[in-house]
Design a protein around this ligand. Structure first.
Ligand SMILES: NC(=O)C1=CN([C@@H]2O[C@H](COP(=O)(O)OP(=O)(O)OC[C@H]3O[C@@H](n4cnc5c(N)ncnc54)[C@H](OP(=O)(O)O)[C@@H]3O)[C@@H](O)[C@H]2O)[C@@H](O)CC1
Ligand SMILES: Nc1ncnc2c1ncn2[C@@H]1O[C@H](COP(=O)(O)OP(=O)(O)O)[C@@H](O)[C@H]1O
Ligand SMILES: [K+]
Length: 501
């Protein structure tokens, strides 16, 4: 699914109006209808509760006025309107239509004019994608006022005060903190990033059927991964395959106290279908592995030379990092391994070592790195979200490596400059070892023949899906373990395969 900028969204609206063709006010009616359809299907809909709709001067406010007319059929509705010298044309039409339906429109002079009871649902239609500067004055006061209320808040298109794209210079306190955002046609970039993402709350997308020609041809570098697209990446296993063809993988890590990290990665790699798995690890992990994961073949890093091991094993792919530590021996090992041409996943301490030794420039097209925000900050600096995003995207384009920036909506950056956001996964995955599991999955997929980009898309999606399945079976986020992700990986493949054509 394409993610468009605010400018492109305006163009999409305009193109639809001119080429469908449809009058602007009728497109707004369609948006209102689709928004209400999403709302009544959401868990927030309860016709016993009164609704207060806050409207601004533009078309977002116009939507709010239309929504008021529609919700009047179910709820007790009150409409409040910000004062303005220039309401948009469609806003004025909808003010008129609302009054015709007997709806009183109450002008807001001060935030306290807005009257709610404890069960009132607040619909936020103050500002949408036409926001041109951070909110101030009365609008900002209204936002702060409602943010202090414990009432459920549902935003129309965008939480008011939030820019669709770049909020680096915005004031977070003047953005509505919504429980649910029902957005039109496209997810907005700011919903998928910190610190704005949490303010959008739960997301639902209302399909307002903008012109398919425009949607097909519009150029973007930002996408939200969808199951059916990821399913196209998946290559079903050939029934005549033998283990030598299912990928030979080498995992390096698991030294001392963090032996478990290598065991988790190894388990994940095996569950993700690798044919042969070699693990080069510390003495403790070498001893534990035959019991924990008898399918893996282990080597003690104290006893083998990495170059000899590579010659003997001839891996199709390598992963280094989980539980590696940052000792000088680990640094020396990584130093040698960064010279290899073999596709390599770099995670955890491998990334910390790269940052420590300023080896970022040694990353190239054979590398897939998987930093979480802490590791990423060590590697690429600690700038604000959009600036960081631009820095990382530029680094990936110039170095040729592929990056998975982990978190909610993990992002895949490709050397072509594309960025894919992953929708699967949940807060239960914020637990020790879940990143190690991802490393193992990626290792297996790359060893099995997927390109780095395809492995990243498929691997990150399946990893999150395993987390979602684990959450269902465990019952609550708190109880999900990284090992559960390995256990449910088969079910995640099964779920994805339902969409393979
Ligand atoms: N047919 C369509 O196009 C469809 C559009 N749709 C809906 O329209 C929404 C976009 O509408 P929009 O472009 O009118 O922008 P909106 O966010 O309502 O506000 C603009 C007004 O606010 C003002 N303003 C801006 N920043 C400000 C600030 N900081 N403080 C104070 N004022 C500020 C700005 O004034 P100006 O910047 O010119 O000074 C202008 O007057 C979109 O999110 C969706 O909900 C759907 O119905 C689908 C069909
Ligand atoms: N709230 C969340 N929602 C979705 N995915 C999450 C969330 N928290 C963590 N994850 C996922 O879990 C993994 C955590 O990785 P990482 O921080 O490296 O863990 P560890 O170092 O303990 O192995 C990442 O893939 C991340 O995307
Ligand atoms: K809004």
């Amino acid at each position: 699914m394409k993610i468009l900028s605010a400018e492109q969204i305006r163009e999409a609206d305009q193109y639809t109006i001119e080429n469908e063709p449809i009058a602007s006010i009728d497109l707004m009616e369609r948006a209102v209808h689709e928004w209400v359809m999403e709302y009544v299907q959401s868990p927030y809909f309860d016709y016993h509760k009164p609704v207060v709709i806050l409207c601004g001067p533009g078309n977002n406010g116009g939507d709010g006025l239309g929504i008021a007319r529609s919700l009047k059929n179910f709820h007790k509705v009150a409409v409040y309107l910000l004062p303005s010298e220039k309401y948009s044309e469609d806003n004025l039409i909808n003010q008129h239509r609302a009054r015709e339906k007997g709806i009183e429109i109450i002008p807001i002079q001060k935030p306290e004019d807005i009257r709610v009871t404890s069960d009132t649902i607040i619909v936020d239609a103050l500002y949408g994608s036409g926001l041109s500067r951070p909110l101030e004055g009365l609008a900002a006061d209204v936002v702060r006022f409602i943010n202090h209320l414990s009432n459920k808040k549902i935003s129309v298109d965008i939480p008011s005060g939030m820019f669709a794209d770049d909020n680096d210079h915005n004031n977070i306190e003047t953005i509505v903190a919504a429980d649910l955002t029902i957005t039109f046609q496209f997810p907005k970039l700011s919903f998928l990033m910190m610190p704005t993402g949490p303010l959008a709350g739960e997301l639902r997308i209302a399909d307002i059927k903008l012109h398919h020609e425009f949607l097909r041809s519009v150029q973007t570098n930002h996408y939200l991964l969808e199951k059916k697209e990821v399913a196209k990446v998946y290559q079903p296993r050939n029934t005549w395959i033998h283990k030598g063809q299912a990928g030979r993988a080498l995992l390096v890590g698991g030294i001392g106290h963090t032996s478990g990290a290598a065991i988790l990665s190894a388990t994940a790699a095996l569950r993700a279908g690798v044919g042969l798995l070699y693990v080069a690890c510390g003495s403790r992990a070498t001893q534990a592995l035959p019991f924990a994961r008898p399918e893996a073949i282990s080597f003690d890093l104290n006893e083998v030379n990495i170059n000899d091991l590579i010659s003997a094993v001839e891996p199709d792919a390598i992963a280094i990092g989980p539980g590696l530590g940052t000792s000088s021996a680990a640094a020396e090992l990584l130093d040698q391994m960064l010279e290899f041409e073999i596709p390599t996943v770099l995670d955890a301490d491998a990334l910390n070592l790269i940052a420590q030794h300023h080896w970022q420039k040694r990353l190239g097209k054979q590398h897939l790195i998987t930093p979480h925000p802490g590791e990423a900050a060590r590697l690429f600096g600690n700038s604000k979200q959009m600036e960081f995003h631009r820095t990382l995207r530029a680094f990936v384009q110039s170095s040729g490596c592929t990056v998975v920036y982990k978190g909610k909506y993990s992002r895949i950056y490709t050397p072509e400059g594309n960025v894919y956001f992953n929708p699967t996964g949940n807060a239960g995955m914020a637990t020790a070892g879940s990143g190690d599991v991802l490393t193992g999955i990626l290792l297996a997929l790359i060893a099995g023949g997927y390109s780095l980009e395809k492995a990243a898309k498929l691997g990150v999606y399946l990893h999150g899906l395993s987390g979602d399945i684990a959450l269902k079976s465990r019952g609550s986020e708190e109880a999900v373990l990284a090992s559960d992700l390995c256990e449910k990986l088969g079910n995640a493949f099964e779920e994805l395969k339902k969409d393979v054509e």
